[in-house]
Design a binder for this molecule. Structure first.
Ligand SMILES: Cc1cc2nc3c(=O)[nH]c(=O)nc-3n(C[C@H](O)[C@H](O)[C@H](O)COP(=O)(O)O)c2cc1C
Ligand code: SF4
Ligand code: SF4
Length: 365
């Protein structure tokens, strides 16, 4: 596969790798990012405190021995300027309590960065200031900030911590408010929580917590993450390993974050691999949950693949590759079809990815 279209685009640019540097207050500045830029696609510098309440909270936190940034808007602009030529999509992780503070920041830093609202910090002074995790308990205010930024033309990410709010309802509310990204610290909830979020919204999902190996990364990718992020283990050796691994998967498999089959715990994207059920299986309850009639599901798939190589496959179980399994599931009939139409397996999977995007568009239309 040519170029970088194998991953996703943010701020109108293809990211070079779906690995994100997650913010750490007092640590993640431009110099930290530049040192790791070769093997990351996106970076959130900060968190920076942007209103008086948050700045006072930062001082209190620092007095207790934790690192914090003390940066004016001018300082932050200087940091952003240092990221301009390093091939990274830049983001700012910001702590504040009011939409006015975020809008003021947006007025200064412009539209070529991602604005990440920190709804994650659980340090008591920050929460008492109405910032960080306090926003997860006041989703109306959080959504108000998201809407204000989105209406000002900004690309908005929300950094959340799983298990504080109703994560499904939160994801849906953020999407409706105009966010582009949900960046979720999954804590100990792991991939099952991620799957729930994937099935609740069409947001770009950055999965965070404990990513330190290809296995932990792939667990998140196969359950719905578009990107994964690292904070504590974001050392250059780990980033190099993960970046090389995921680029190789993207080329070899053709769909870097392909879901598991639905009957093995896959999220809604895996409907791209579902067949026409001939026994009791997970498909019908899933279609019921989505509110998609079985006939509409088959029609959707047939129409989505019309005129593409996935419409081939008269010798497969259901007469079309649209209903065929994932390439990792062994099948002589599918493979014979692929061979006869000269479609490499990675291109088959890239077409399945496109089909899944059309299915997700329909679900969240
Ligand atoms: C020292 C430290 C500071 C952090 N500061 C922030 C912050 O300012 N904003 C934020 O959204 N998350 C912050 N985090 C959370 C991390 O971005 C990340 O969500 C968390 O460490 C879990 O990911 P990991 O397992 O890759 O470390 C901080 C984490 C650490 C360890
Ligand atoms: S339709 Fe096929 S792939 Fe989908 S859940 Fe049922 S048996 Fe599994
Ligand atoms: S032909 Fe093979 S890949 Fe296609 S649906 Fe049947 S078992 Fe699955």
């Amino acid at each position: 596969m040519a170029g970088n279209s194998r991953f996703i685009a943010l701020l109108g640019k293809q990211i070079k790798t779906p690995i994100v540097l997650s913010s750490m207050a007092g640590v993640t500045d431009a110099a930290y990012v530049v040192e790791r830029a070769e093997h990351a696609g996106v970076a959130f510098i900060g968190g920076y405190s942007i209103d008086e309440a948050a700045r006072n909270a930062s001082k209190e936190i620092e007095a207790c021995g934790r690192k914090e940034f003390e940066a004016s808007f001018e300082d932050i602009a200087t940091e952003l300027a240092m990221l301009e030529d390093c091939g990274i999509i830049p983001g700012l992780n910001l702590r504040g309590a009011s939409k006015e503070a975020f809008l003021e920041a947006a007025g200064v830093f412009g539209k070529d960065i991602i604005y990440e609202i920190d709804a994650h910090c659980r340090q008591p002074p920050m929460v008492a200031a109405g910032c960080g995790e306090a926003l997860l308990k006041d989703t109306e205010r959080l959504c108000d900030i998201v809407s204000a930024l989105a209406e000002a033309g900004c690309t908005v990410s929300v950094k959340t911590r799983a298990g504080i709010a109703d994560d499904r309802a939160l994801a849906k509310a953020l999407w409706k408010a105009g966010a582009k990204i949900i960046h979720v610290d999954l804590m100990d909830f792991g991939a099952s929580k991620l799957r729930q979020i994937r099935n609740s919204c069409p947001l770009v999902i950055i999965a965070n917590n404990g990513v330190d190996s290809p296995d932990t990364m792939m667990e998140y990718f196969s359950h719905g993450a578009d990107l994964v992020s690292l904070a504590r283990r974001a050392d250059p050796a780990v980033l190099t390993l993960l970046d090389r691994y995921i680029r190789a998967i993207a080329d070899e498999v053709g769909w870097y974050n392909a879901p598991k089959q639905l009957c093995r715990g896959g999220d809604y994207r895996s409907l791209a691999f579902c067949c026409m059920p001939i026994k009791q299986c997970a498909l019908l309850p899933t279609l019921n949950a989505i509110g998609l009639e079985y006939g509409a599901y088959t029609q959707l798939k047939e129409e989505a693949v019309a005129g593409t190589p996935l419409a081939e496959g008269s010798h497969t179980c259901f007469g079309s590759l649209a209903f065929c399994c994932k390439s990792s599931t062994p099948c002589m009939f599918r493979d014979m079809t692929l061979k006869s139409i000269k479609l490499p397996k990675n291109e088959y999977m890239a077409l399945k990815r496109k089909l899944s995007e059309e299915i997700m568009d329909e679900i969240f239309r």
